[in-house]
Design a protein around this ligand. Structure first.
Ligand code: CTP
Length: 401
């Protein structure tokens, strides 16, 4: 990334608006992006026009609105193909359950679905609908399909909904949407052909055939690092214990235990230019795994003997591989992080505070300090994990250069 604040300048954004009550909010986005120097081309569905008018968008963006497959304005006279090629990004804000379903299935019967199917450019979708609709299995499945195919989903927020109820379905904060667009517009192919190995999630150490020792890591941070790597052109392998949906271009290897993770990492690191260990690997595992359910015995405690698991990151001895580790800390963050950087011979350590409820495990937000081997320290604010993933890869790119 070259410029972190003004990536809008000179860029072409196709802003696709569909028929949600929050369509009025897209007017502010069109205005903001135009003021920041982007050429914003608005596409409206028939339903969107029931909520917002063409004249508003044309007045704000100084560009003709496209609202039909048949009323073409472009030089080629085929607007959906023209927009799909010339836009730097296609943003569907707000996106209804209907447009999400059409794109997931490949239907093309309106200007927006037809433009999206024809594009190879980044597509960002910000859904907005009533809570029950967003929770519906069909919507969930469609969203997963989009994620698997590399569409960036800006999940709706929980809050007051137009129906009067409270739930998840409210359009994501406009500031977050703009930041994400700005960030994507600034992404370059700087990791092209670099082979990145990422680990994610908390391992599960079996006690018996039904119980395990685990931790609260969701795997979100590692998965987003993998996705960011892919967006920057890297060849990404992800060893993960999390069942989060992953873009299908990422080579995902599913594991459960620390032992399985160690085995996969050991094999795959041979080909990697860089390893980022975001996984919360259990430090201990039961010495004996019982392969049936242990029955409780009246009045008796169960004693478990735990043995240490090997330190995967520390054991990697490959000189031509950049090593990035995480330091999950609850106290003494900086010193503990620096100790891990040295002890595990890392090129960079990413320190995060896992005691705070607002960030870290399970949360969609994080705040980290990154320390490189040469002593450079950079800190982030509390930001969405996708943004943090981007910042980690920015630092990695500097090391690689
Ligand atoms: N790690 C690893 N293998 C382990 C334990 C940790 O590769 N058996 C990696 C983690 O993925 C992370 C880094 O080492 O990148 C630091 O992990 P963390 O849990 O913060 O610290 P530990 O080294 O386990 O030490 P402690 O739990 O005492 O803080």
């Amino acid at each position: 990334m070259i410029d972190k604040t003004v990536n809008f300048k000179g860029k072409k954004i196709a802003l696709c608006v569909t028929g949600s009550i929050s369509a009025y909010k897209s007017i502010s986005l069109a205005s903001e992006w135009t003021q920041k120097g982007a050429s914003v081309h608005v596409l409206l569905t028939e339903s969107a026009k029931k909520f917002v008018g063409k004249a508003t968008f044309e007045g704000i963006t100084h560009n003709k609105v496209t609202d039909s497959l048949w009323d073409n304005n472009s030089d080629s006279n085929i607007d959906h193909l023209d927009i799909s090629k010339t836009a730097d990004i296609i943003a569907i804000v707000p996106a209804t359950a209907n447009i999400i379903s059409k794109i997931a299935r490949g239907a093309c019967d309106d200007i927006i679905s037809t433009t999206v199917i024809a594009t190879t450019k980044p597509v960002l979708i910000a859904p907005a609908m009533d809570g029950n609709m967003y929770d519906h299995f069909a919507v969930k499945t469609n969203i997963d399909t989009l994620k698997e195919n590399g569409v960036i989903i800006m999940e709706p927020e929980e809050g007051y909904l137009a129906s009067g109820s409270f739930g998840k379905g409210r359009l994501q904060d406009l500031g977050n949407i703009s930041n994400e667009i700005n960030r994507i517009l600034g992404i370059e192919n700087e990791l092209k052909d670099i082979k990145i190995l990422v680990s994610a999630g908390g391992t599960k150490e079996p006690i018996d055939s039904v119980r395990y020792i685990g931790n609260r890591s969701s795997g979100k941070m590692g998965h987003l690092i993998a996705e960011e790597g892919l967006m920057r052109g890297a060849d990404v392998t992800l060893v993960s214990s999390s069942n989060l949906v992953t873009a299908s271009k990422i080579n995902k290897i599913s594991v459960e235990t620390a032992e399985e993770m160690a085995r996969e990492i050991k094999t795959r690191v041979k080909d990697a230019d860089c390893i980022i260990m975001a996984a919360a690997v259990s430090d201990f595992t039961p010495e004996i795994k019982v392969d049936r359910k242990i029955k409780k015995q009246s009045g008796k405690n169960l004693e478990l003997n735990l043995k240490q698991t090997p330190d995967i990151l520390k054991s990697i001895q490959k000189n031509n591989c950049i090593k990035v580790g995480f330091a999950a800390e609850t106290e003494n963050h900086l010193n503990n992080g620096i100790d891990k950087l040295k002890a595990k011979n890392l090129d960079m350590v990413v320190i995060n505070d896992v005691s705070s409820k607002k960030i870290g495990f399970e949360s969609d937000y994080n705040q980290v300090k990154m320390i490189t081997k040469d002593g450079n320290i950079s800190s982030t604010e509390i930001e969405p994990k996708r943004v943090i993933a981007g910042k980690i890869l920015d630092e990695l790119s500097k090391i690689i250069k």
